[in-house]
Ligand binder design. Structure first.
Ligand code: ATP
Ligand code: MG
Length: 345
């Protein structure tokens, strides 16, 4: 069965957006809004799976919204909103909690990484995170989900939930008039773009994350030129000069990461970057990388500051987006209740 193509994606307001969010997701989102109907969410309900200071959370929601707009998302073309304003996300997540199996969630690597050693002390929300994510996507029957590489496993779970819901409730779904018992689409991950997995500047085997305690591990979209240059100068490397061949980056995760970032920022390829910098010492390469990063992020950063000077306008964008999102989510949730067998007046 054919579903209307629709794009959904989101970011957590857990801190400042970084280069990984920008290259891995945002630049792709801007492209997709040219060809698709898109919803871009600030997933504040996901954020509180780890402790967030309330005042800081509010500020982070506005800051992520400003980053979306500054990066080129157009609130007239796409629906931009914060998750908690649309109650259907949480409502559908409960139904999905009863569809998903414990065994499925037990395999999720993000939970293992974020919960760390003291799993007993992790919030239940952190464990159930992928279920809410499935609801975020499916409450709009979204078909395409542009994300970074780290979200692949969660999207597979989303497909499993959609499939199991369609199977478990097949008769009720048909009775409600849906041919082939396909109520929810099996959404496709869109994991493409210049850099689907940007790594930490301190450890080339860990992904760059908002929630990494080390500020030196990431370049934030709000960092000024000096900060960007300092973080790149301090980025971990190895003692060898850069190789000339792409294949020789194997086993050198930090070098590979910096070359990948350069290529993504320059809209070129790692091979092209190595043609220019092969044989160079890191000091020379890092200076060029810092200049490039400042040139790319500087204008976005300036636009973010301009937008953040008027928080009222940001709140209006979110309220308008939420109202439009609710118009899409409400009928889907009404049908879900009918299918599941909840009695309504
Ligand atoms: P947190 O540490 O709080 O989980 P995060 O940095 O992982 O923050 P998210 O809000 O969880 O950011 O993810 C937003 C989007 O950015 C997702 O599509 C995710 O796949 C993508 N993303 C996150 N980190 C990276 C990265 N290092 N490289 C590429 N894409 C990334
Ligand atoms: Mg994350």
């Amino acid at each position: 069965m054919a579903f209307t193509p629709r794009v959904f994606s989101g970011m957590q307001p857990t801190g400042n957006l970084h280069l990984g969010n920008y290259l891995g997701a945002l630049t792709r989102w801007v492209e997709m809004q040219k060809t698709h109907d898109c919803l871009y969410c600030i997933v504040d309900m996901h954020a509180i799976t780890l402790w967030q200071d309330p005042a800081e959370l509010k500020a982070a929601i506005r800051s992520v919204t400003a980053a979306y707009l500054a990066a080129g998302l157009d609130p007239r073309r796409s629906i931009i909103f914060n998750q908690s304003q649309v109650a259907e996300h949480a409502e559908l997540a409960w139904v999905f909690s009863c569809v998903a199996r414990l065994g499925w969630l037990n395999r999720m690597t993000q939970f293992k990484e974020k919960a760390g050693k003291d799993r007993e002390q992790a919030s239940v929300g952190l464990y159930a995170y992928p279920i809410l994510m499935a609801a975020d996507i499916l409450v709009y029957k979204a078909t395409h989900v542009p994300v970074g590489d780290d979200q692949k496993q969660h999207l597979e779970l989303t497909r499993d939930i959609a499939q199991k819901f369609n199977n478990d409730y097949a008769d009720a779904i048909r009775a409600a008039g849906h041919a082939e018992a396909a109520f929810f689409p099996l959404c496709e991950p869109v994991i493409m773009g210049p850099a689907t997995r940007v790594m930490s500047l301190r450890d080339g085997t860990k992904k760059m994350s908002k929630s990494d305690p080390s500020e030196l591990s990431r370049i934030n979209m709000t960092d000024d030129a000096d900060t960007i240059a300092r973080k790149i100068q301090k980025a971990k490397t190895d003692p060898e000069p850069l190789p000339s061949e792409h294949a020789d980056l194997a086993g050198r995760p930090e070098a590979d990461n910096l070359v990948g970032i350069f290529a993504a920022l320059a809209n070129s390829s790692k091979a092209q970057v190595l043609q220019e910098f092969g044989g160079s010492q890191f000091s020379k390469f890092k200076t060029a990388l810092a200049e490039l990063a400042v040139a790319r992020l500087g204008p976005v950063n300036a636009e973010m500051s301009r937008l953040l000077a008027d928080p009222g306008e940001i709140d209006r964008v979110l309220a308008d987006g939420a109202a439009r999102a609710r118009l899409l989510a409400a009928p889907v949730m009404r049908q879900v209740k009918e299918i599941v067998g909840f009695l309504r007046p």
